[in-house]
Design a protein around this ligand. Sequence first.
Ligand code: FAD
Ligand code: DHB
Length: 402
Amino acid sequence: MRTQVGIIGAGPAGLILAQLLHLQGIDSVILERKSKDKIEGTVKAGILEQTTIDILREIGVGDRMDREGHFHNGNYFQFNGQRRHIDLKKYSGGKQVVVYPQHEVIIDLVNARYNNGKDIIFDVENVTLHDIDTENPKIRYCKNGMDEELVCDFIAGCDGYHGPSRQAIPESIRKEHLHMYKDGWLGILSDSAPAADELIYANHDQGFALLSTRTPILQRHYLQVDPHDDIANWSDDRIWTELTERTKTNDGWQVPDGPINSKGIIQMRSFICETMQYGRLFIAGDAAHTVPPTGAKGLNLAATDVKVMAKGITEYYRSGESDVLDRYSEICLRRVWKAERFSHFMTHLLHANSSYDSFQRGIQLTELDYYTSSEAGLRMIAENYVGLPIEWEKAENLKILK
Ligand code: FAD
Ligand code: DHB
């Protein structure tokens, strides 16, 4: 089998890329390890930033998001029992975020793929990459017990943190930056009323809590926990006791509770792979970088990486021009490092740290006070939370504000 772009992974990165390429008349084949039901049913991200909203609309898959998503102009930061509003729209020049779950985005993208008359090859095994430093890179895989080979012009490694694509870049030219956090997040879905009109990020001595939402009757909340803790130690009562304590305000407000219908614990890490390209292989999304979830950046970064990749590939086929493709890694990593910085900043700003002395705790509370009350602080949070622009220019030509 032959295609122009062989895409490994049908997550947000792979599926958005396929649609961007299709709209430019470029053919692709998508190989996915899991089943269709599995990718359409896994609960992950909830917040899409303005840049992702724009990309989904541009590729014709924004209709259901526009109808069913909950658009927010701001969010709340809470500390010392006080809730402060961050007007994201005002401080970012009119941008917004939307609560629209990742699995709904996946459903919309899979439907778009089928509406294009194209397939996704699910349940593949033993995916390996070959000849990536030649003009005919190949992907070998196994489907229904048969060994198959896909010959491509380009390979897009969109296979998440644990996929094989990144490993195909020779170790000698791959520099990996890994930072582990000693905290994890316990996430729940509950049949309860929304906590507020917008998300609440709460800092508390007992640990961070995030009150998010899905629908008027289904809520998504998170608690900072030990990532090695066993979920069996967290009864529904214990979860609600912690969520209530960490998010109650001085004027007596308490989070609405209800039956919990799913719960799980995830570890937090920051990770960046430099470079994101080698020969005819380009990696994107979680395959190339991961962020702690506090800044809500993971899916959003995946979407902008593939926007850059699609532009580079399109220019290559249109005119033989390879400037964007040659600089793919440089263009993406500039923005990736900024999103990593913001996610790291948000994580430290909001999470409790048992090793802090009283001075460090005082500094953390002062930072919360500063960022939620100074115009400069609010602008910094807002412009990062709604998503920074892609900087296409060469770094040396970028305009520096004077
Ligand atoms: P993935 O979604 O991991 O997709 C990769 C795909 O490749 C998978 O389908 C996988 O099965 C497939 N694959 C892997 N190996 C192979 C193989 N060998 N062969 C074939 N296929 C393979 N991000 C946000 O932007 N906003 C948020 O609010 C947010 N909240 C989050 C909350 C939680 C609890 C979690 C866990 C994550 C959150 N994220 C958030 C992060 C976001 O979910 C990820 O960054 C996003 O899924 C990355 O997309 P991707 O396409 O790069 O990778
Ligand atoms: C959600 C996840 C996040 O990581 C975040 O920062 C905000 C919201 C969510 O799943 O709703």
